[in-house]
Design a protein around this ligand. Structure first.
Ligand SMILES: [Zn+2]
Length: 342
């Protein structure tokens, strides 16, 4: 048995220590890095819970200032994998390749929309992906712990043609990846949309990367989870709003879909929704406790440990303190790990 962190994002795993180390090594002169580790932490860590997700996103954007070159991203990824390994028995890390590539171009003073889709994918996204895979392989050898990589696609879906080109390129590296994820913070009426163009890209990529996870039921209600289940994902990121509906809970349990629950993330990003779920649907229990009671398979994740000021070790403690059945949690982690290792 082992404790694997099964919901963690690379862009949210750049610690102040690692950022300052890489900024020093690569001579990054951005003002953000001209300060102490403690001062940088104040810039990158959420101060308090807020229903305004843009505050969280601002922390992620700040850390991306260090994405100045492919070697710099590789060094940052290596540090993130090492730290995640020290914090778990192994993990699955999500990589938002489109947004990382876009940021790299922006930091090099290029207008990404002016870069043709095939050039975007071949000259920038591919070397970036290869650098992250190499960093993962190196960290895996050093730490002797299993490290899986999942490719995240953002529902912000900024460009049909760039996503298509990126998807075609990624298929050639499917052997180094474990699956696909849909993620992204969107403001508007629908906070968890599934754009049609994105679904087409997903459908094409799934022939090479069948294991799909989708962030849903985090910012939106159980109907968003229901809509997601139509795509037959193997995992749902968060999915805590499922406790609103017995039908949704029954379907998750019956179809064996795993919810990836990140307690501190929910506490910080959806405080009002979380309070309402506990008040109206779980008799005061945390969603993870209620989901386990409903026989839904759940695993645990640190999500974005840097902005959330947490770690996987800490999430285990938070789960234990809230009354989670740790034996069941561990068994579900192993169950999901076996699915991923097939
Ligand atoms: Zn997430």
């Amino acid at each position: 048995m082992a404790w694997f962190d099964l919901h963690r994002h690379l862009e949210g795993s750049h610690s102040p220590r690692a950022l300052l180390k890489v900024a020093g090594e690569f001579g990054i002169t951005h003002a953000l890095f001209g300060r102490s580790e403690a001062e940088l932490a104040r810039e990158l860590v959420l101060a308090e819970p807020s229903d305004d997700a843009t505050k969280f996103y601002a922390c992620i954007v700040k850390a991306r200032a260090a994405y100045v070159s492919i070697p710099a991203v590789k060094a940052l990824a290596l540090e993130a994998f090492r730290e995640a390994a020290d914090d778990s028995d192994g993990f699955e890390m999500r990589l938002s390749l489109f947004s990382m590539t876009r940021t790299l171009l922006e930091n090099q003073k290029r207008v990404w929309r002016d870069v043709k889709p095939v050039e975007f994918a071949e000259a920038f996204a591919r070397p970036l992906l290869l650098a992250v895979i190499e960093a993962r392989d190196q960290a895996q050898r050093e730490k002797n712990k299993p490290m899986l990589l999942r490719l995240g696609l953002s529902r912000t879906f900024e460009s049909d043609s760039h996503y298509v080109a990126l998807g075609e390129m990624v298929k050639e590296h499917a052997a180094s990846l474990v699956g696909l994820d849909v993620l992204g913070i969107v403001t508007g009426v629908d906070t968890e949309p599934l754009p049609e163009g994105l679904l087409r890209v997903l459908e094409s990529m799934r022939r090479s990367l069948p294991d799909l996870t989708i962030h849903a039921g985090e910012f939106a209600g159980h109907a968003s989870v229901d809509r997601t289940l139509a795509l037959q994902p193997r995992g749902v990121g968060h999915g805590v709003h499922s406790v609103q509906s017995n039908a949704t809970l029954e379907r998750l349990a019956k179809e064996g879909v795993t919810l990836e629950v990140c307690p501190t993330s929910n506490h910080l990003l959806i405080p009002s929704a979380l309070a309402a779920l506990k008040r109206d649907h779980t008799q005061g229990a945390t969603p993870l406790v209620a989901l386990q009671k409903a026989s839904v398979h759940c695993v645990l994740g640190s999500d974005d440990p840097t902005p959330m000021g947490t770690s996987f070790t800490r999430e285990r403690e938070v789960a234990r303190e809230s009354g989670v059945d740790l034996a069941k949690l561990e068994a579900d982690i192993m169950r999901r790990w076996r699915e991923l290792s097939r």
